[in-house]
Design a binder for this molecule. Structure first.
Ligand code: ACO
Length: 391
């Protein structure tokens, strides 16, 4: 029986066996306790806690504990994770050398991917997959990602890297290392909220990549390095950079409509920051980031990029087939107003998401099954071999 296949998702053949699920849509591959998304209703939970509440009431450090341990930290545990993350700061010389030696033509996501891999070479026990070993590696990666991104950022601008500030928490220290001065309270909180919102998102492309690697019982560094490669793509985390490039290209509110009309004449056109494989309505993270885009714009004296984003959202929602903003849409104008350049938006995403990836590596290896899907072979078989001189 030939399977009925479709590129819209999972189908059954007439015989009742599974057909091809292009892009694995609709296929459930494992159990998880980490994250729940209700795509039709635009709801997202980390270990059962609603993202809207976490964004309003938690710090990134609390979310790190939640994702690594499955429960919100009490005061002692929060003090412990805050200390552990600070203690794990300080890039090894080997990794600093890797960053310094990157050609100026390289892009920041490639430097982050290479530096993440190099972290394994400076870890005395990179392949320790014991419960303690795996959490230690997770904390090391989470602590050092901001330093990698900030060091690369400053070197590209011809500036000296800035050492971490032990007085500052994760988000504030990240901004401090980027800009070379301690951020104001509002900027630190905006970055903290952005990190909370991007920390985890179930079996998305980069997380699934991490789980596939983890499922071979490979090490945490390999899984995270692979995940960075997946996040880089413009259909995944790379979209936030695409959003700001779009806004800068449109330039003025008056250009929005003609720009969109012209672009949508091309059937294959994808507007960055819109649509989602799981959400069929507004992404809850976009609701929060929209507020921060407006607030940050007001603080910086121009809400132009926020307003343009809002207008684009309105047009896209009003189309025959409505499309809604995803997490990348309003993070772009928020970061831009914070004085951050487009090329580090996807690395900032990774600075946050690394904790989600680590949580999934831990969960995968705790109840492991090698991930090995089947393929629908559409070529021929038993072809007569053709000797070289007859080809
Ligand atoms: N712009 C224009 N059309 C779109 C967009 C978009 N951003 N997103 C979806 N569509 C259209 C498709 O063309 C398709 O139309 P059709 O049915 O007429 O062919 C329909 O909506 C459904 O699209 P699919 O490709 O089936 O949706 P899918 O779930 O595969 O795509 C994806 C999800 C890849 C995120 C898509 O919406 C997209 O390309 N968005 C732009 C890139 C982006 O913002 N990515 C970030 C996602 S969030 C994240 O990864 C962190």
């Amino acid at each position: 029986m030939i399977p009925q296949t479709t590129n819209q998702g999972f189908v059954m053949t007439e015989a009742g066996t599974p057909g091809v699920a292009y892009g694995l849509r609709g296929v459930t591959v494992d159990d998880t306790r980490i994250c729940k998304i209700i795509g039709e209703e635009g709801r997202l939970y980390y270990y059962g806690y609603n993202i809207l509440e976490l964004a309003e009431r938690c710090t990134y450090e609390e979310v790190v504990w939640l994702l690594l341990h499955g429960k919100l930290p009490n005061k002692t545990e929060l003090a412990q994770i805050t200390k552990d993350l600070k203690d794990a700061r300080g890039l090894p010389f080997g990794v600093r050398d890797v960053i310094k030696s990157a050609p100026k033509t390289s892009i920041p996501m490639d430097v982050l991917r290479t530096a993440a891999s190099a972290l394994a070479l400076t870890d005395p026990a990179p392949n320790d997959n014991s419960p303690e070993g795996i959490v230690r590696k997770a904390i090391r990666l989470i602590a050092q990602f901001p330093e990698i991104v900030a060091m690369d950022y400053r070197l590209r601008r011809g500036e000296e890297p800035v050492a971490p500030n032990p007085e500052l928490d994760h988000a504030a220290n990240f901004l401090y290392m980027l800009h070379g001065k301690a951020p104001g309270k509002d900027a630190a909180r905006t970055m903290d909220v952005a990190l909370v919102l991007h920390a985890e998102h179930s079996f998305n492309a980069s997380t699934f990549t991490a789980r596939v690697i983890a499922a071979t019982l490979s090490d945490m560094y390999s899984a995270i390095t692979g995940a960075i490669g997946a996040l880089k793509g413009p259909l995944h985390g790379g979209a936030n950079e695409g959003v700001i490039m779009t806004l800068l290209e449109i330039r003025e509110p008056a250009n929005i409509k003609p720009w969109l009309e012209k672009k949508f004449q091309d059937k294959g056109f994808r507007l960055m920051g819109f649509g989602h494989a799981v959400y069929k309505t507004l992404d809850p993270r976009a609701i929060v980031l929209k507020k921060y885009s407006k607030k940050t714009g007001e603080e910086r004296g121009t809400t132009k990029w926020y307003e343009m984003s809002d207008q684009i959202e309105g047009i896209m929602k009003g189309r025959e087939k409505p499309l809604y903003p995803n997490v990348d849409f309003y993070s772009a104008s928020t970061y831009y107003m914070m004085g951050l350049p487009p090329e580090i938006y996807t690395p900032i995403f990774a600075v946050s998401r690394v904790v989600g990836w680590c949580a999934h590596v831990i969960e995968q290896q705790a109840h492991n099954k090698l991930i090995r899907p089947a393929a629908n072979y559409i070529g021929e078989v038993d072809k007569p071999f053709v000797p070289m001189d007859q080809r």
